[in-house]
Ligand binder design. Structure first.
Ligand code: UGA
Length: 436
């Protein structure tokens, strides 16, 4: 098989598919990334990935190249390239998907299957199927959205919650495409992974609907946090209590700085943009509010920093623990933590950021901030410490140890990750979003 696009999604997919016995070629236009992958070195931080990559390379079933000609002779071709937000717009930038399929289509042989995994506006699969058919009338296209989470990418790829196949409209092509995908996913299917087969549009929508629901859950609890702040109630206890209702569930009800990353923020915006084009914008008007609630949390965090510093952060030294958009990742795309760090700096504070894995990426994108390798270094002489990404090493920080280096014992917990009693008992001013 071919895997076009070797980012967080494609590289993990390629290595995992090879690890379960398939012959895989990973293709990407980024030369240094391909060299790194071919050398068995992960170009990004993803727990467990490097080991799977090295083991798969050692079997001889996995290779990486920049040359699309290597797709010739393969029978299943996955498209895993990114669909970032277009500059200055909500809609998705389809440049990479179009370029990937444009380059792949001339390499197809009769009976090949192109499988889209990228997150795309509904209607894309039908459009791409026509491009595929123009080059090779007997080749087929299926849409097979991916639900992996960064930080759990290997686990989610090898043992997904469910598989979704968006199949071609003609019954014969649908049956052939399904049989080919069943062979690709023989192992998870043998483990009773639920399979939903649909048309193209439904498969495309499943992905954005899932991410919209997750974003809605997070913004819902963050809206409750705003109300808790206005009343002195505790959003963590509230989430625990409503989460016991199995219809609601406790997962994804962690109030705090809100969602970021390369998926949730841009996916809900692209979904709104696409619904607008389809005349269904009213149906998704609520997602605008989901987005606003999410962004308001970042503003509130900066306000809270000002409040605990006595009304002004000008000239204050602030330590920010966490730069990645979530723990166990080095991804800083739309990172709430870095957004807050940058706003604090713009408003006159001297900000030092630390993160266990994301500092190289952070330095590249935000060269104006100060960086330190450890939490203790970042917090040295700080008037205020903020935990903005809930890495385990920050959750387990000792208030006594940190107290020996800071200038002022003020802690803002942007992820409700610390125990308020423990920090207050150690003499710290502890504040968090949505808690008294
Ligand atoms: C998300 C989805 O969870 C995946 O299912 C999907 O495949 C992926 O997008 C994608 O479209 O490729 P991911 O971006 O890796 O995965 O991250 P999440 O674990 O969903 O977290 C997103 C953000 O929400 C993070 O910033 C996290 O800190 C925040 N979050 C999460 C909260 O603020 N509260 C929560 O309770 C949970």
């Amino acid at each position: 098989m071919t895997v076009v696009g070797c980012g967080y999604l494609g590289a993990v997919h390629a290595a995992c598919m090879a690890s379960v016995g398939h012959q895989v070629v990973g293709i990407d236009v980024d030369g240094p990334k391909i060299e790194s992958l071919q050398a068995g070195k992960a170009p990004f931080f993803e727990p467990g990935f490097e080991q799977v990559l090295q083991e798969a390379l050692a079997t001889g079933r996995l290779t990486f190249t920049t040359d699309m000609a290597s797709a010739s002779g393969n029978t299943v071709h996955f498209v895993c390239v990114g669909t970032p937000q277009r500059a200055g717009e909500n809609a998705a930038d389809m440049t990479y998907v179009n370029a990937a399929v444009g380059a792949l289509a001339p390499k197809l042989s009769p009976g090949d299957l192109v499988v889209g995994k990228s997150t795309v506006p509904v209607g894309t699969a039908a459009r791409l199927a026509a491009i595929v058919a123009e080059h090779e009338p007997t080749a087929m296209l299926a849409w097979n959205p991916e639900f992996l989470r960064e930080g759990f990418a290997v686990e989610d790829t090898l043992t997904p919650d469910r598989l979704v196949y968006g199949l071609p409209p003609t019954p014969a092509a649908a049956a052939t495409a399904k049989a080919m995908l069943d062979e690709v996913y023989a192992i998870p299917l043998s483990q009773d992974t639920p399979l939903v087969t649909t048309d193209y549009a439904t498969a495309e929508l499943v992905k954005v609907a899932a991410n919209s629901f997750l974003a809605t859950k997070i913004s819902f609890i963050n809206a409750m946090a705003e109300v808790c702040e206005a009343t002195g109630a505790d959003v963590v206890q509230l989430a625990d209590a409503i989460g016991h209702d199995a219809r609601i569930g406790r997962r994804f009800l962690n109030a705090g700085l809100g969602f970021g990353g390369g998926c949730l923020p841009k996916d809900i915006r692209a979904f709104m943009a696409r619904a607008g084009e389809l005349g269904a914008d009213q149906a998704l008007a609520f997602l605008r509010e989901i987005d606003s609630i999410n962004i308001r949390r970042r503003v509130r965090m900066v306000d809270l920093a000002r409040e605990v510093c006595g009304g002004s952060i000008v000239g204050r030294r602030i330590a920010v623990l966490g730069a990645a958009f979530k723990p166990n990742s080095d991804d800083i795309r739309d990172s709430p933590a870095l957004d807050v760090a940058a706003q604090l700096q713009v408003q006159g504070a001297t900000v030092t950021v630390t993160d266990p894995e994301a500092l190289t990426n952070a330095r590249r994108v935000w060269p104006g901030l100060n960086y330190a390798d450890t939490a203790l270094e970042a917090a040295t002489d700080a008037d205020l410490v903020l935990v903005l990404t809930e890495w385990d090493q920050y959750r387990s920080l000792d208030p006594g140890d940190l107290a020996t280096v800071v200038a002022g014992k003020r802690m803002l917990d942007g992820r409700n990750a610390l125990d308020p009693v423990r920090w207050r008992n150690a003499g710290w001013t502890y504040r968090a979003l949505g808690r008294p």
